[in-house]
Design a protein around this ligand. Structure first.
Ligand code: B1M
Length: 210
């Protein structure tokens, strides 16, 4: 019988076909999407990162693992974004300039959509100028960074919002594996979240909805 363990192994092996088929089987069997996500996919990606760091995996392995995770997430997306609440607000979200990692950012987007927020997904490698443009139509700007080298881009976005005179009109929330509360405070961000579900709670809190 398939379980989150099937997905865990499929992502580590970069086995796209098994990730896709296993996810569908688990969904059909009624396994909770959260369990597949947390115990299967996210745990597997942590292990992939560990193997990369230890020189056991290289870029191609990391890439196929990301593909397998994305194939599974595409099937989980409808379950995670199912919404039974009215529209709560609009969040513009992107991976900052220089950063091509988007799996975590996409998860944050899905969770926000599931909680009733409209998400403007700005994509990856997003320039400060694009974030500034998006600020006119959103209450919250979400910045994601996975690399220590792209973390400073977050400060550049906040600086650009300030220069454009729109910093007071939007809340800025930051996240991503290397980002910490201390870094967020240093930047002058309004909020930090270590994971996708707490990002939803933080946005609700910042907008006075909780
Ligand atoms: Co890269 N990579 N990668 N990578 N990659 C890391 C981040 C790394 C930690 C691996 C390692 O060494 N252990 C390391 C960074 C080291 C550092 O900076 N200290 C690294 C490196 C070095 C690189 C390259 C430089 C490798 C190279 O080229 N030599 C290169 C850089 C490319 C670039 O961005 N310019 C690179 C490339 C890649 C791939 C393209 C192969 C692929 C990304 C594919 C994609 O995203 N489409 C990839 C992957 C897959 C990883 C790891 C293995 C997994 C990332 C991931 O998707 N995790 C990663 C190792 C790791 O993180 N353990 C690694 C799963 C995801 C659900 O978690 O993204 O953390 P995460 O998101 C979480 C939270 O962080 C949070 O919520 C999410 C859900 O809970 N969160 C937010 C994220 N954004 C948020 C925003 C919020 C709030 C919360 O508010 C707005």
């Amino acid at each position: 019988m398939v379980s989150w363990e099937t997905l865990y192994t499929a992502v580590i092996d970069g086995d796209v076909a098994t990730a896709r088929a296993g996810t569908q089987e688990c969904i059909d069997a009624g396994t909770a999407a959260e369990s597949l996500l947390n115990e299967g996919l996210i745990a597997a990606m942590k292990e992939v990162g560990r193997r990369f760091e230890e020189g056991e995996y290289f870029l191609p392995e990391m890439l196929v693992s990301a593909k397998a995770m994305k194939a599974s997430l595409a099937l989980l997306r409808p379950l995670l974004t199912e919404r039974n609440v009215p529209l709560m607000g609009r969040v513009a979200l992107g991976s900052v300039r220089g950063d091509l990692h988007d799996i975590g950012k996409n998860l944050v987007a899905m969770m926000l959509q599931g909680a009733g927020f409209e998400v403007i997904d700005l994509g990856i490698d997003v320039t400060p100028e694009k974030f500034v443009q998006a600020a006119s139509g959103a209450q919250v700007i979400g910045l994601s960074a996975l690399l220590t080298t792209t973390m400073p881009s977050m400060g550049q976005v906040i600086g650009a919002l300030r220069e454009a005179g729109v910093r007071d009109r939007v809340k800025v929330i930051v996240g991503g594996a290397p980002v910490t509360q201390a870094f967020a405070d240093e930047l002058g961000a309004d909020g930090f979240s270590p994971d996708a579900s707490s990002a939803v709670r933080k946005v609700q809190e910042l907008l006075g909805l909780s």
